[in-house]
Design a protein around this ligand. Structure first.
Ligand SMILES: [Zn+2]
Length: 500
């Protein structure tokens, strides 16, 4: 060794041999430090890198500052979970309740209300007709609901109902905004005169039905249904034994069901995730159980899957007021409707104009059980006006006067019976009596109920401020009262439906 090493190198070597254990210790310490460093780096990598659910790509810490959505993996996961409640979902055969919100600020109150009872909420619900009347867009309806749900940390399932759709344009308009529940309204194709056509007119109507392709021939209708009986467990048999009645039923609903089939195809094309309701509630006469059976069998034959069906029920479902009619026949017919829905769906029975029908909620809840969907809308607008009545009585008076001036024109397309003379003129009433006359009595409620479109679009205060702006301003300033009146009123709906 001496021949190869210089003296200082020898000194270093000797020193290394002497301090070898100490040298090894240093090496191990360095290794531990390195291992710790690598571990920390890995944790850092895990924390700051991952799959971005919005960019749909993996990103690293170096990319994070330039990634538009780049967020730590955990945050991305949290956001994905949030997105799940941020978007409407399918509610299927669970009992559900639609909260229409024409002003776009009622969802917080609806959230409070739906804690009562056990029905799943539909927080975004607007019909194509309401959209036109309020000059809103499906996007706006959806955004208002979503913003409120985000602010109130809603984490449950909720639905979005594109209500009373009549055309392909309606379907595509709502589908583009993310709606998932599509209510087909084929009422333009329902032949309301079918029940009293003379024989010649009935034959012409049948010819037209077959020419339009709804059925191949009258013989086909007969061979499908004539003299066939259908067992409804617990409710007996329903049978098509009257040939003329069968043909009148086919004339009444045949074209409408064929059109519903066309609309269902449009819906499937426009929305990958969807559920469908068929509404035949806006016909001139109540849907008889036999007519419902015909519709259910035709839906099945044409492979149209619906999650709910809205018949027109016995009695009067006028806007904004309680049910008018006898309870026993209503319950008996409802039992048959539910039995048909259970046996030939299953699908839910949908109750339209479902606001304020307190007399029959326990019956509806008891008879329908889980196969129930209820829609409300105008009643939330009236509760918003209750806030006005209490905190800005002069504005409420102006609105009543505007609505009274519009009522006779606007009532035409609604099922209401009140006349202007049925409600006392508002000028001579004190604020409490005015609230009671126009928000608790049937005539006053109907006058305000059906004029919402004009009030929210064309209506202006004496100071030329749009009513909509004045109402929204008032509701924003008294949000607690607004939420409270909504929660109380809609909560009562849900409690009674669940109490049945
Ligand atoms: Zn309806």
């Amino acid at each position: 060794m001496g021949t190869f090493l210089l003296s200082w190198q020898k000194d270093v070597f000797i020193e290394l041999r002497r301090s070898w254990p100490f040298f090894l210790d240093r090496v191990f310490e360095l290794c531990y430090a390195e291992a710790l460093f690598v571990a920390c780096l890995s944790i850092q990598m895990y924390w700051n890198s991952g799959w971005c659910f919005e960019c749909h790509r993996f990103f690293t810490p170096a990319q994070a500052p330039v990634s538009r959505h780049g967020k730590p993996r955990r945050k991305a996961k949290r956001r994905a979970a949030m997105a799940a409640t941020d978007s409407p979902s399918l509610l299927g055969l669970k009992p559900s309740f639609g909260f229409g919100d024409r002003l776009g600020v009622a969802t917080p109150g609806h959230i409070l209300a739906c804690r009562k009872g056990h029905m799943l909420p539909v927080f975004a619900q607007q019909s194509a007709r309401e959209l036109a009347r309020t000059q809103r867009t499906p996007d706006e309806v959806m955004r208002c609901a979503q913003n409120a749900l985000r602010q109130h940390n809603w984490t449950g399932a909720w639905g979005a109902d594109a209500d009373h759709l009549r055309t392909q344009e309606d379907v595509e308009y709502f589908a583009a905004a993310g709606f998932t529940f599509f209510t087909i309204d084929p009422s333009a194709y329902v032949n309301n005169a079918a029940g009293h056509l003379n024989h010649m007119a009935l034959q012409l109507a049948l010819d037209e039905l077959c020419r339009a392709g709804a059925f191949a021939s009258v013989l086909e209708i007969e061979s499908l249904y004539m003299n066939r009986s259908f067992d409804l467990p617990g409710s007996g048999l329903l049978a098509f034994t009257d040939r003329e009645l069968l043909l009148r039923t086919a004339v009444k609903y045949g074209l409408a069901i064929a059109y519903a089939q066309q609309m269902a195809a449009w819906i499937a094309g426009a929305a990958a995730t969807h559920e469908i309701e068929l509404s035949v509630d806006e016909t001139d006469t109540p849907t008889s159980p036999l007519e419902h059976l015909f519709i259910a069998l035709e839906l099945r034959r044409r492979n149209i899957r619906v999650v709910s069906l809205a018949p027109r029920f016995l009695g009067d479902f006028e806007k904004g007021v309680d049910y008018k009619g006898r309870l026993e026949p209503f319950e008996a017919a409802l039992r048959l409707h539910v039995a048909i829905a259970r046996q030939f769906g299953p699908y839910k029975i949908s109750v339209h104009s479902g606001s304020d029908k307190f007399r029959i909620y326990p019956i509806i809840g008891r008879v329908c059980g889980d196969l129930l969907h209820v829609k409300t809308a105008g009643t939330s607008y009236l509760e918003a006006l209750r806030v006005l009545a209490r905190v800005r009585p002069a504005l409420f008076l102006e609105l009543i006067e505007f609505s009274r001036a519009r009522y006779d024109k606007d009532r035409a397309s609604y099922h209401v019976s009140a006349n202007l003379s049925d409600a006392r003129p508002p000028g001579g009433l004190n604020p409490q009596d005015r609230e009671q006359e126009y928000l608790d009595m049937p005539a006053g409620r109907q006058i305000l109920h059906v004029t919402f479109g004009a009030a929210l679009t064309a209506g202006r205060t004496h100071g030329a401020q749009p009513f909509k702006e004045a109402i929204l301003e008032t509701l924003a300033a008294h949000a607690d009262l607004h939420n409270e009146v909504l929660a109380r009123h809609l909560g009562r709906h849900l409690e009674l439906l669940s109490a049945g």
